[in-house]
Structures are given as C-alpha cells and as structure tokens.
Design a protein around this ligand. Structure first.
Ligand SMILES: [Fe+2]
Ligand SMILES: [Fe+2]
Length: 486
C-alpha cells in the first residue's frame, strides 16, 4: 500500500467521503455508502411491485398477441410481434425473481388488483386502431416505464440487486416500445380521434388511480369506474386483415417453389421468389398469434417460445420487404396472399394449426427444397443481401423446429405421429383454387413478368424471354410441392 492510499484511512468513518482502496467506488458502484444506509424496500414491498409488473406484462403480451391477426396495418402487426416478444421474455424474469424470494404459493396467477385488470380489458377491447394505439402507447406503456423507473430509484441496488437488474433491463426495452408507440400515435391518431376518446382516456386514468397506480405505490382511490369498451366481454377475432396496400389476397397465380427449386432456372431471378416467400410470411405471425390466443393455460415457457418464433416470422416478412425495396420492386403490386392464415385460423383448431405449422417447418430441415437449399440458391445469386437474409432465415428455422419438438410432439405422441397428423390436417384446409376464381375473389393474375421486368431494370439487364414466360400456379401443387389433395 502506498502512502497516498493510507491517507484515505482517516475518511473511512464519514459516509459522504467514504471511498474504497485507491479511491475505488465502494459497493461496486451500485450505491453510495450514504444512500446504501438510507434507502430500500422491504422484501414484501419489492415482491408486491414485481408481481404487478409481472401481471401487467402478461396482460400486455395478451393484448399484443390478440390483436395481431385482426389489425390490418402491416407495420403495426410487425410492431405488435416485437412488443409481444419483449413482454413474453420479461414476464418469465419477473416470475423467476418472485420465486427466488418467496415460498409457494407465489400468487403469480392471481390479478393483484381488479382495477388493473379492467384497465387492460379496456385496451384489449378497444374498438378501433386509434383507441388501441392510444391505450397501449399513451396509457399502458408510459405507466409501465414510469413504474419501472420508480422501482429502480426506490429499491436498494445492492440488497435487491436481482430485482433492480430485471427492472433495468426491462425498462431499456419498454422505452424502445414507448418511442415506437409515440411515433405510431403521431402517424395514426388525429386530434379529433383524441377528442372522441377523451372520456375513455380519463376513465382509464381513473382506473389506474383506483388501483393505486400500475405498481400500487399510490393510495388507491378505490373509485368504481364503469366499463366502457369492455362492457361486453372481449371475443377473440382470428380472421386475418390486411391494409389497402395488400391487393388480390386470394391470388395463388405464381408458384414460387416450383421455380425456386428448379435446377434448370438460373439463380438471379430466384432472388425475387425468395423475397416473395419471405414477405408472404406475414401470415405466420397471424397464425401463431391465433394459436397463442386460443391456447390459454399453458406454462409460460410455451408462450415465451411461441412468441419468440412469432417475432422471428415477422422478421422474415420484413426481410422480404427489404429485399423487394433493394430490387426496386413495388411490393404493393405483388399479391401477398392470406389464404393460408385465413384457412388455418378459420377452419382448424389451435392444436391443428400448430400441427400443420410443425409439419411445414420440419419439412424445411432436409437438404433438398429446404432452408439450406434456399440459402445455397441465395448464395448463387451473388447478391450479399439475399444470402444474408437466407442465412438468418435458415438459422431461425433450426430454433423453430426445436420449439415444435419441445411443445407439440409430447402432445401428439412421437415425432412421426405429429408429422403424419400435421400432414393430414394440412390437406384438410380448403384451398379451392378454381372456385375462388369462379366466385370472382381473384383471377390468379400472373404477377411474375412485371416484377421480373422491374428487377431487370434494377440489374440493368434485358429480361430473359424464357424466364419472363414463367406461368406455373398453385392450382395443383402445394407449397411443399406435394399435390393438393382432391
Ligand atoms: Fe419463417
Ligand atoms: Fe419458422
């Protein structure tokens, strides 16, 4: 020890000037010595707040998931996917922290305050996009970030460090959600929308006040607030909706897989088909959210894994969007059909939907016509963006196949039984290619030549007449290249 370090010794009895060896911050820099003696919550107080965060995140997750399929606006669908994923991850962390500090029963399945539940019921039942967006991003998320900030300020960062850490990491992501939400409100909610929702907004404020705030730190007013949007109990609506940029949603006029996996076709134009297949994946979050919404009572790990996959599928759709923009292709001119999610969500039970999804995803694992093959095709296009997209798409699929094995296979017996069941169920979804045309739902327009021409302009090449003439539909062939059941 040097003399200068020794000279610190006479300050060690004073809290305000207390320093560690060679001036190092004491208490690992978490708290000053002064604050460390004078702040903090009891374990009971900390647990009470954590349970409310846990409950609020669980309810928020449920709202984001429930509104994915029926929300038409593509960007919001994607955002709800990410925000549901954040909530799902943190629900588990809060539950784990509560279990660390308390003996069972933990009371994690019980609503901490009926007013809090009513507050979230109202948002879940919001009758318009404007009300939904305001409820989520102007009411619930700001209440969440404020409550987390308060917990971080109040709790003892050393004594209650694991809680502090969970709150801090959650806050980082909830602030991102808030930032996005503020932009969504600015883009989607007008002053007159706000005015029309003023009574509702103020009744939401009163509900939170009645519950003592989201975290229960204020004295509850105990006021009984009348239900407005949730006066009639919420009923899940799984019918997928798309905004007006998505035209001709029954169109199955261009069979992407038949070109993609045809070795006779040169790689470059196949990048358009890869981007089409990726962006068409908007239908997977629509299906996965319906499975989640209609399978209550599962362990939280199930919801967390399935929500992670849901978000991955939303990412895949956005990868396709990036790809189209990179080629100068206007994707609104390409029919991104919703017939798969529509059929799945309206004709099958949640379990059957999961089985079909499982069968499709397991089918992507073999080398031929699977994810690895798509990546090889993308590499062969010599376009680094296409290659990177397929590289990550393939990586994500490995996790998805595992999620299916973990959660679905045990329900259906064995891997083999689950696959056979999913395959049979898939063939049961009514895909009536000819009838949709007869009924005037679509002409199955061949959109390929226009998209290919646009890309050729971007590439600075003349279209190849044999590729321009591509005209294979889904009339007789499923996306996995099996014949459609008759
Ligand atoms: Fe995917
Ligand atoms: Fe997947």
């Amino acid at each position: 020890m040097t003399a200068s370090h020794e000279s610190n010794d006479n300050t060690q009895c004073s809290s305000s000037s207390y320093r560690g060896y060679a001036g190092l911050p004491p208490l690992v820099g978490l708290e000053t010595m002064e604050a460390a003696q004078n702040k903090g919550l009891t374990v009971a107080e900390s647990v009470a707040r954590l349970k409310r965060f846990h409950w609020a995140l669980k309810r928020l997750h449920g709202i984001f998931v429930a509104r994915i399929a029926s929300t038409p606006i593509y960007e919001l669908k994607m955002a709800f996917g990410l925000h549901a994923h954040y909530c799902a991850e943190h629900v588990g962390e809060f539950a784990k922290r509560v279990r660390e500090m308390r003996q069972p029963p933990y009371g994690l399945e019980v609503c901490p305050d009926p007013g809090l539940d009513q507050f979230f019921d109202e948002i879940l039942s919001a009758p318009t996009i404007e009300a939904l967006v305001l409820g989520l991003y102007q009411q619930a998320i700001p209440a969440m970030t404020a409550a987390l900030s308060r917990m971080i300020a109040d709790t003892h960062k050393l004594f209650d460090h694991p809680s502090y850490r969970v709150c801090r990491l959650t806050l980082v992501e909830m602030e991102d959600v808030l930032h996005y939400g503020e932009q969504a409100i600015a883009c989607l909610v007008s002053e007159s929308d706000r005015a029309a929702l003023r009574d509702w907004s103020s009744s939401q404020d009163r509900l939170l006040a009645a519950a003592g705030g989201l975290d229960g730190t204020e004295t509850p007013t105990g006021e009984s607030v009348e239900r407005m949007f949730s006066a009639v109990p919420y009923r899940y609506d799984g019918v997928p909706q798309r905004d007006q940029r998505f035209k001709d949603p029954y169109n199955m006029g261009v069979n992407a897989e038949a070109m993609l996996f045809n070795p006779e076709v040169a790689p470059l134009p196949k990048s358009i088909m890869l981007y089409f297949k990726r962006m068409r994946e908007i239908d997977v979050p629509e299906v996965m959210s319906s499975i989640l919404a209609e399978t209550p009572g599962k362990p939280w790990e199930y919801s967390r894994d399935m929500t992670r996959q849901l978000w991955d599928e939303a990412r895949h759709a956005m990868m396709g969007e990036i790809g189209f923009v990179s080629l100068g292709i206007d994707w609104t001119k390409i029919p991104l059909n919703f017939t798969w999610s529509l059929g799945m969500n309206t004709q099958l039970t949640a379990m059957d939907r999961h089985a079909v999804l499982f069968t499709i995803e397991q089918g992507l694992m073999p080398k031929k016509n699977g994810k690895e093959n798509e990546w090889e095709i993308a590499v062969a296009t010599e376009n680094p963006l296409a290659a990177m997209i397929q590289d990550y798409d393939w990586a994500d699929e490995i996790l998805h196949a595992r999620i299916g094995r973990d959660w679905l296979v045990p329900e259906l017996g064995s891997q083999k039984e689950a696959l056979a069941y999913g395959d049979k169920t898939w063939s049961r979804i009514l895909v009536d290619w000819a009838k949709w045309r007869e009924d005037g739902l679509t002409q199955h327009r061949n959109w390929w030549p226009d998209a290919y021409r646009q890309a050729c302009v971007h590439w600075g090449i003349e279209p190849d007449p044999s590729i321009l003439a591509y005209n294979t539909t889904y009339e007789n062939t499923r996306a996995d290249l099996k014949q459609v059941a008759g």
